[in-house]
Design a protein around this ligand. Structure first.
Ligand SMILES: Nc1ncnc2c1ncn2[C@@H]1O[C@H](COP(=O)(O)OP(=O)(O)OP(=O)(O)O)[C@@H](O)[C@H]1O
Length: 327
């Protein structure tokens, strides 16, 4: 499977007789950020748990930094950072105590803890118990925890929920810094327009299946969604130019992305139209296209009775770290 940071190959998984993942494959290279998108219950968290080694997939393979599936060997050689969807730490500990605890588990110095606390604007609250923290403060602490060990692979589940716009920008700035060091980042989110400028690629999932995968341009092409071009005097041009007539609707030209060069060349070189606005489908439009009109029915397909009680993933990760270290 090569030496991608994350390589997921034909992974399938069931919970009882429910098929949560169906032959999902993708790769994320070092220094790349991938958005993992899908409706509630699409299988995103299950996939993340499989990558983390918390769930063993029934079928398929996962390889991290070129290393195979075995959790203990993976833990020894790959630095993983993880921010779960609902950050749940021990709420009687202070912010500083929590980061110090995770630093000890990950073999990170206390000095790094102090630096991160300041960087994340939590210095004023470091001695306060977590139960006094706001949602955004907990989220910042969770993110600091996830990047403590300068991870090779960072997985973030809804990282910007509860963050104000400034804190979200700070978080994406941090992600950009980590990417420059070669860190591969996978972000599960429903905040599509927020994440769009920060990703190299996206995977869209529904009902446990991969619907689309690629960078924005590849997703635009795969979706068949059209670009829209507007300019003054377009109606006059279209009257003279038969090749553009079929593309003309509601005062604009609508065309496949492959046709863009041809359309623009025609307008500029034959009609001297250099002042035009061109809009391409964004991630939100692409996502809506794939989700179709029955998005609501996906949301309704959650079956609460199947859900096994969730204990804190961080707690489980910590105990696995401890087991590995003590092995
Ligand atoms: N431990 C479990 N036991 C039984 N079913 C489960 C379990 N975990 C997840 N599922 C089911 O698997 C499906 C995928 O769940 P998952 O949490 O991966 O979705 P998701 O895409 O992360 O959703 P969300 O956006 O709501 O977080 C859902 O139908 C869910 O009910």
């Amino acid at each position: 499977m090569g030496n991608s940071a994350v390589s997921v190959n034909e992974v399938s998984h069931h919970f009882g007789d429910f098929s949560a993942l169906k032959q999902v494959s993708f790769r994320v290279e070092q220094g790349q950020t991938m958005a993992l998108l899908g409706h509630n219950g699409a299988g995103k968290s299950t996939l993340i748990k499989i990558i983390l080694g918390l769930i063993a997939p029934e079928l398929g393979e996962v390889s991290l930094m070129g290393a195979g599936q075995c959790l203990s060997s993976r833990e020894r050689c790959v630095r993983l950072g993880y921010l779960p969807e609902n950050v749940s730490f021990y709420d009687k500990l202070t912010g500083e105590e929590i980061l110090t605890y995770f630093a000890a588990l990950k073999g990170v110095s206390k000095a790094k803890v102090a630096t991160l606390i300041e960087e994340f604007g939590l210095g004023y609250a470091k001695d306060r118990q977590l139960k006094t923290y706001s949602k955004g403060m907990k989220q910042r602490l969770g993110f600091a925890q996830a990047i403590l060990s300068e991870p090779d692979i960072l997985m973030l589940d809804e990282p910007t929920v509860g963050l104000d716009p400034q804190a979200s920008q700070f978080l994406y700035g941090k992600i950009a810094e980590l990417k420059r060091t070669g860190c591969a980042v996978i972000v599960c989110t429903h905040e599509l327009s927020l994440i769009e400028p920060h990703i190299d690629m996206a995977m869209i999932m529904a009902k446990g299946e991969r619907l689309a995968l690629g960078d924005l341009n590849q997703l635009r092409l795969q979706s068949g969604l059209k670009a829209e071009l507007k300019c003054d005097g377009l109606a006059q041009v279209v009257k003279q130019e038969q090749s553009l007539l079929n593309l003309y609707q509601d005062d604009a030209l609508h065309f496949e992305l492959e046709q863009q060069e041809e359309v623009v060349r025609c307008l500029t070189s034959q009609y001297g139209k250099f002042d035009f606005s061109l809009s391409k489908p964004g991630l939100t439009q692409i996502y809506r296209h794939y989700m179709g009109r029955d998005m609501e029915s996906h949301i309704g397909s959650e079956q609460a009775s199947r859900i096994i009680p969730k204990e804190s993933l961080l707690t489980r990760l910590s105990s696995q770290f401890l087991k590995t270290r003590n092995a």
